[in-house]
Design a protein around this ligand. Structure first.
Ligand SMILES: C[S@@+](CC[C@H](N)C(=O)[O-])C[C@H]1O[C@@H](n2cnc3c(N)ncnc32)[C@H](O)[C@@H]1O
Length: 225
């Protein structure tokens, strides 16, 4: 990931590309419906409604509403100010706004979105986090950043943490991400050091896939300390 300094801030090419995608409306990853796998599996993985849930790289995902409606405090992290504001606006929530170091924090009704670089969040700022939900987050990151993503989760999550991760698994040579191909084995290789993993489901999305890949699977993975 190439990094440069602009007006005292660290900016990476990848971060700029995401911000631009939101500005241009190039957001085919966004889902208007609540994710089926979240609905099917979350309550078993994280039965305690008091748990605070981290949603890294959250975009304007409506899944945050579902988590909040279950009783969780939700902490999202998103680079794009436009995406974060759209989340509140489109869901008829009036957000309060505050500054915390390099982050603008928008919050309403038990949901906070920390606008800035996920990798700069600290436990001192966001408080104790018990669980996390990764839909289209790890697959959005360059493979070389996965270890850093794990390190950041380790930093932010409590010692007894559980998570749900949804990825895409396809022949990596057929396409350059994002989304990058992240198989169950890839997840085991990186995250197995810290979490116990279970492949709960693996959905075949090959037929009619929009990237015209010869095979696409969606592994549904449970992770726990
Ligand atoms: C593929 S989208 C997925 C969004 C969301 N999880 C969903 O399911 O709709 C990836 C998101 O991560 C954000 N993002 C990428 N890198 C980030 C970073 N370092 N810190 C915070 N957000 C980031 C992008 O702006 C984008 O909204």
């Amino acid at each position: 990931m190439f990094e440069q300094h602009v007006r005292g801030c660290r900016v990476s090419d990848d971060n700029d590309a995401w911000i631009k995608r939101w500005e241009e409306g190039n957001t085919g990853f966004h889902q208007e419906e609540i994710n089926d796998h979240l609905i099917s599996h979350w309550e078993r993985i994280v039965p305690d409604r008091q748990s605070t849930v981290l949603v890294p790289l959250c975009g304007k995902s409506k899944d945050m509403l579902w988590l909040r409606n279950r009783g969780h405090r939700v902490v999202g992290a998103e680079l794009s100010d436009l995406a974060a504001r759209a989340f509140f606006l489109e869901n008829d929530l009036v957000a309060e706004e505050r500054q915390s170091g390099p982050f603008v924090v928008l919050s309403a009704g038990g949901i906070e979105i920390w606008v800035g670089d996920f990798f700069e969040l600290t436990p001192q700022r966001v408080g104790k986090l018990d669980a996390w939900y990764d839909r289209a987050a790890v697959v959005a990151l360059e493979p070389s950043v996965r270890q850093r993503y794990l390190a950041q989760l380790k930093l932010l999550l409590g010692s007894k943490a559980a998570g749900l991760m949804l990825t895409f698994d396809y022949p990596a040579e057929e396409r350059n991400g994002p989304p990058f191909s992240v198989s169950f084995q890839d997840v085991e290789q990186v995250f197995g050091e810290r979490f116990r993993l279970k492949l709960i489901d693996c959905v075949d999305l090959t037929e009619g896939n929009r990237w015209e890949l010869s095979r696409v699977w969606k592994p549904v993975i449970e992770l726990r300390s």
